[in-house]
Ligand binder design. Sequence first.
Ligand SMILES: NC(=O)c1ccc[n+]([C@@H]2O[C@H](COP(=O)([O-])OP(=O)(O)OC[C@H]3O[C@@H](n4cnc5c(N)ncnc54)[C@H](OP(=O)(O)O)[C@@H]3O)[C@@H](O)[C@H]2O)c1
Length: 342
Amino acid sequence: MRKYNVAVVGATGAVGEEMLDVLAEVNFPIANLVPLASANSAGKTIQFQGEEFQVQELTENSFEENEIEIALFSAGGSISAKYAPFAVEAGAVVIDNTSHFRMESDIPLVVPEVNPEDIEKWRNRGIIANPNCSTIQMVQVLKPLDRRYSIQRVDVSTYQATSGAGKKAMEELAQQMKDFFSFKLDESPHNAFPHQIALNVIPQIDRFMESDFTKEEEKMVYETQKILHKNIEVASTCVRVPVLRGHSESVTITFEKDIDVDEVREILENSPNIVVVDKPSESLYPMPIVANGKNETFVGRIRKDLYRNNILHLWIVADNLRVGAATNAVRIAQKWIELDNE
Ligand SMILES: NC(=O)c1ccc[n+]([C@@H]2O[C@H](COP(=O)([O-])OP(=O)(O)OC[C@H]3O[C@@H](n4cnc5c(N)ncnc54)[C@H](OP(=O)(O)O)[C@@H]3O)[C@@H](O)[C@H]2O)c1
């Protein structure tokens, strides 16, 4: 198989590091790997498949100079806005993890298990967007159920890990826990979140919008509709919890048709990259510690509503840095390669 020159933009970040791990694990066909980050990281070395690579400073010329063919971006929206066009200009396909391009109508927003056919549209602008971490794990579960029962409405509450806000946010939780055990939690600084996150939950992720929902909550609504190609009703409450890795979601789905819980279980068991963990009598259900470092989405607590036969409740957990970011981006890249080799 042909090999490709691959750039990882934001290679020193929480998502970028995971991206490198996933690329190595799937033995991605890489001719030349170029890790890019800010000037602060230039010259640092990273390990990849037993070799050392030097991190380079991201510049407008990085892509042309290195003849990049696939550019995986996860360095923040403003960095993608500024530098993705240079990557495209240099002939690369950009797979962007930030929210910058997601809702642009001519940019495909892709979860490979759900709407792989949209990858074709990369030709419009040379860019494929990776959805928000909470959206990815939810639509992986919604899609196969929608095919069978047709979804009308989704109500979701999330329990999102600190790593969703990057490396510094994880460190902030760890520091606050240390400060708690030294009786200094009151003085412990918080910069990543609007309040202390240790021993707390915060019902705000990102800023509040005119709708009174937060930007994160609106992302879950509009991204879900775009990926499913369906204007279903979605209401979301996004909450930050003191977990390092792994987003959990309590999801209530209203269907057009009545559901059969055994059949729901069977459908999910046969869906790609989904693992059903649902033995309540043995206290077995998905949790962040189960999903950590995994490339699958875990589903459990599957139950029918007490009052209505067309309403289902379930609990979804996935590793936000993997399923919600790096693994999804790498799966998109693998699908793109299939198209390139047709
Ligand atoms: N965390 C998640 O679960 C998740 C999921 C989906 C999408 N995302 C998105 O992915 C992006 C990165 O998130 P993260 O969690 O990995 O953040 P992070 O841990 O803070 O890492 C940020 C990365 O961007 C690099 N960077 C910052 N400024 C730069 C610049 N001027 N030029 C080049 N590189 C620069 C940093 O390099 P230095 O180390 O040199 O500063 C670092 O590699 C964000 O847009 C985020 O919304 C995150």
